[in-house]
Design a protein around this ligand. Structure first.
Ligand code: SF4
Length: 293
């Protein structure tokens, strides 16, 4: 079977930087805790576990030693609590996430009601909300958001008349644009100022445009990466929206030759936290499958 790779795929620089740091630590990484999983990829997570790197889901769970803030970042409370407990902090927040945190913080200080376009349960989004003193609203659905904004403006409390939107770094660009267009059309009159900061990161944009391009050149798409990985899930959705049969896998062993019946060319892409070794194994597995009419 012929395989065609997306022109941009796999590790982004933010993930590379974090993993390089752990590689350089070598055996010193034993006992280090990460605040949430370091990256949303099962192979990387199990490799780190084998090296003795643990995961804590809140600062409360760590009483001593080193705590790592992952590439997804964290809110100010996590830093303050770690300092109060005397923990050694290793901050590997991706600079592009820090940029969103700073924008959200400064908008909040300037009196804007901040909205984060993203998944409220994602580590990165929870961190960004933290930088707005937990006042930001999170949504990917303008119709769902507008009643919450109306409730804010009709409450007795003094509320901002200015609205600003930032995005989680890994959201699909086209959907962000549609969300903004719909929000503008539904926006309550009370808001007399509306700012949009497109904070989707460049590596995500590059991977998204590459997957759309590739999906139009192949018969089947295989997207490799963690099922919890936001950017990988979006790559699979984008490929599928192009009308090509798309399979999202975590492990090469999941590949089923039946997926490729009648196909000549298979496209492969991978999320920003997928190791090269996994991508290579996926490619080799597909290449070894005999095309079947
Ligand atoms: S996906 Fe973007 S924001 Fe997230 S770690 Fe990679 S480069 Fe940074």
């Amino acid at each position: 079977m012929q395989v065609k790779l997306a022109r941009e795929l796999g590790f982004c620089f933010g993930v590379k930087k974090t993993l390089k740091l752990f590689d350089e630590m070598g055996s010193d990484s034993r006992g280090v805790k990460t605040l949430g999983t370091l990256v949303h990829n099962p192979q990387v997570v199990s490799e780190l576990k084998a090296r003795g790197v643990g995961v804590a889901y809140s600062v409360d769970e760590v009483d001593s030693g080193t705590l790592t803030i992952t590439a997804h970042g964290a809110g100010p409370d996590a830093y303050a609590e770690a300092q109060r407990k005397g923990l050694r902090l290793l901050d590997t927040t991706c600079p592009l996430v820090t940029k969103v945190q700073k924008i959200a913080e400064s908008l909040h200080k300037d009196g804007y009601q901040v909205v984060v376009y993203g998944d409220p349960n994602h580590q990165e989004v929870r961190g960004i909300v933290g930088w707005t003193e937990n006042t930001a609203l999170v949504s990917t659905d303008a119709k769902e958001l507008v009643p919450r904004l109306k409730a804010l403006t009709s409450s007795k409390k003094r509320v901002p008349k200015k609205l600003a939107v930032v995005s989680q770094t890994t959201q699909p660009a086209e959907r962000f644009k549609s969300f903004i267009a719909e929000l503008v059309s539904l926006l309550p009159d009370d808001f007399n100022e509306f700012h949009v900061h497109n904070t989707i990161c460049q590596p995500t944009l590059d991977r998204q445009s590459a997957v759309v391009e590739l999906a139009n050149e192949v018969d089947v798409m295989v997207v490799v990466g963690g099922r919890d990985s936001a950017n990988t899930k979006h790559l699979a959705e984008l490929a599928s929206e192009e009308g090509v049969p798309t399979y999202h896998i975590e492990w090469p062993e999941e590949i089923d030759p039946n997926w490729f019946k009648g196909a000549k060319v298979v496209g492969v892409t991978a999320g920003a936290s997928t190791p090269d070794a996994v991508i290579e194994k996926v490619v080799k597995t597909i290449e070894a499958i005999e095309p079947e009419e």
